[in-house]
Each structure stands twice: as structure tokens, then as C-alpha cells.
Design a protein around this ligand. Structure first.
Ligand SMILES: [Zn+2]
Length: 316
């Protein structure tokens, strides 16, 4: 079911730069044909009644997630962690059993983005589409949400996952960029003739998080120059005890793991930047890549050369 590629920010406060360039099945194209092809190869999705035929734009995504949270009140709850530059909600669908035991309350506001915990359940999150024109990760998160909810109680693995894990699925950190992108255009940047990679202020959100080695650690340094989407994600991440995360991008097929930034970056060569949990990160990335049909080869996209389909973000 999943083809996408995570990068993990197990220690989000330390790994202050949120995540890495990572990629998905759709390799270099946002063409929906890639996704449509899944319908034929994924009988499980078909059997579960999940429509893989189209991307969901902002309006369609909003109504789908609202519908899911209404249809599965004990399993799904829709939140927004903030708003984009153009005022679109930054939606997150929380999926876990026992959510009906948590009192319905407004989204946290201000600096405290803390949500009530589900006793004993580790928090996991996927964030996709921070580059608005990298759309396949977004589609996969939308499909995954439906898959988990529709197969709960039917499929043992799904039931166990939803019973034991507090899952947060964010299909888009850059909804403005997605709306600005053109389906079928896989150009990365405006310079290449593409649109939608940055947010509505023209900023690359994947380059907008603090650099732990070169930015100050005082509050002002952490907040200065951050875009609304970046700030919303930062507050959400530091306010809640996520233990594992994946960030989905397009462009290569690889599982990239922290750190992305480096204490001693070189202009001439990339330098491995080990996180304190380096061994764990490598094990996680290897698990992901080795269970992927082609990622483990490390040579899926033109120019890709990744041993076992994984890379340290800074070394990339
Ligand atoms: Zn990206």
C-alpha cells in the first residue's frame, strides 16, 4: 500500500530543521497517471472502496476528512494546526481507537499546540506536500487515512496499529502551493517553469526551519523569519511528544534520515551528520527501504545512487 518514503525526526526538538528531501513512488512526476495506476495494482484499495483515481484539492480534501471524522467518531478526529499564508487550514487527521473518550475541544491556540494524550499510545506523524507541487505523498496520506479507517476491524494488522498507536496524518503543509501547482508539470522550481513548490510568499518551507548548528537557540532566533506554515509545524512538533515521523517528498526514491544540517558543512562535498540516534535512524530507514519494491536498489531515479536505498540527509 505504501510506497512513500519517510525521513524521521524522532527527536524533533534536537532535529530543529524539520525533515529532509525525500521522495515517493512517483519519482519525478506528479502525473496522476502514476496514482491511477495504483488502482489496478492494489486490489486491497479497490476492495476497501477507496478511490485512487484523482488527487484531492483543498476543497475535496476538506470535505473528505470532515466526512471521515463524522463517519468514524471513535477513530478519527479532524484538527487544524494553523493557517497558510492564504488562509487555508493546515489539516491533520488524528486516527486512533478511543478518541471518543477525549472530550471535544477547540484546537489549541497560541504557543501551546498541545493535544490531549491517549494513555500509553506512542504518537506518530506523517507530514506530506510541504513542497506544494510534490503531490504523491499527499495522495498517499489521503489514501492511508481511508485505508486505516475502512479496514479497522477487518484487517488484523490495521486494527492492531490503530489500537496501539496515536497516528497523525497531515496531507499538506503547503496547501497554497498545491493549489498553485499544475497537474502534470513536474518542474521543480519557478526557474524551471514550474509552480507551487514554495508557499504563497515564495518561500521554500523545507529551507525555512531553524538550523540547529548555525541559528541561535533563543526564542527570537528560532522564530525570526519563519513562515506561518513553518511556525505552525514547529509549535505542533515541540508541544507534542511524537516519537516517530515521516515527511514525504518527491524527486528521488530514498529513505533519508537525520541530520540534514551539519556543524561543519563543506561547499565542496557533502558531509555525514550523525544524530545521537544515528544507529536507530539507519535501522528505521533500512527497514523502510528494504520493504519497498525498488527503493532498496538505490538507483530508481536518474542520478540516484544510494547504497541500500538510504542516505543521511546531510550526506546526500
Ligand atoms: Zn520536496
Amino acid at each position: 500500500m505504501l510506497f512513500s518514503v519517510p525521513t524521521f525526526d524522532v527527536v524533533p526538538v534536537v532535529a530543529t530543521k524539520l525533515l529532509t528531501l525525500v521522495c515517493t513512488l512517483a519519482v519525478i512526476s506528479n502525473d496522476i497517471q502514476h496514482v491511477r495506476g495504483l488502482q489496478e495494482v492494489d486490489p486491497v484499495a479497490s476492495a476497501a472502496g477507496i478511490d485512487l483515481s484523482n488527487y484531492h484539492n483543498y476543497t475535496a480534501l476538506q470535505s473528505l476528512f470532515r466526512q471521515l471524522s463524522e463517519d468514524y467518531p471513535g477513530l478519527a478526529r479532524l484538527h487544524s494546526i494553523g493557517k497558510s499564508v492564504q488562509g487555508r487550514e493546515l489539516y491533520v487527521l488524528r486516527i486512533s481507537s478511543g478518541l471518543d473518550a477525549i472530550k471535544e475541544e477547540a484546537n489549541p491556540v497560541g504557543d501551546d499546540q498541545r493535544y490531549p494524550l491517549l494513555d500509553g499510545k506512542p504518537m506518530f506523524k506523517y507530514v506530506a506536500n510541504m513542497h506544494g507541487n510534490e503531490a504523491v505523498g499527499r495522495a498517499l496520506v489521503v489514501f492511508l487515512a481511508q485505508y486505516l479507517l475502512k479496514q479497522y476491524g477487518r484487517e488484523e494488522r490495521v486494527t492492531r496499529l490503530v489500537n496501539t498507536t496515536d497516528l497523525w496524518l497531515m496531507p499538506s503543509l503547503n496547501p497554497d502551493g498545491f493549489e498553485a501547482a499544475t497537474e502534470g508539470h513536474c518542474y521543480m522550481t519557478a526557474a524551471d517553469g514550474g509552480s507551487g513548490r514554495p508557499n504563497a510568499n515564495g518561500r521554500d518551507l523545507n529551507r525555512n526551519f531553524p538550523d540547529q548548528f548555525h541559528d541561535g537557540h533563543d526564542r527570537e532566533s528560532l522564530l525570526r523569519g519563519r513562515e506561518p506554515e513553518t511556525l505552525a509545524a514547529m509549535k505542533w512538533i515541540v508541544s507534542n511528544p511524537f516519537v516517530l515521523s515521516g515527511n514525504l517528498h518527491g524527486g528521488s526514491v530514498v529513505a533519508s534520515y537525520p541530520f540534514d544540517d551539519s556543524a561543519h558543512p563543506s561547499r565542496w562535498r557533502s558531509v555525514y551528520s550523525a544524530a545521537p540516534d544515528d544507529e536507530m535512524f539507519r535501522a528505521l530507514a533500512t527497514t523502510y527501504a528494504s520493504n519497498h519494491e525498488t527503493m532498496k536498489t538505490g538507483h530508481v531515479c536518474h542520478g540516484d545512487s544510494f547504497a541500500n536505498g538510504i542516505t543521511n540527509g546531510a550526506k546526500w
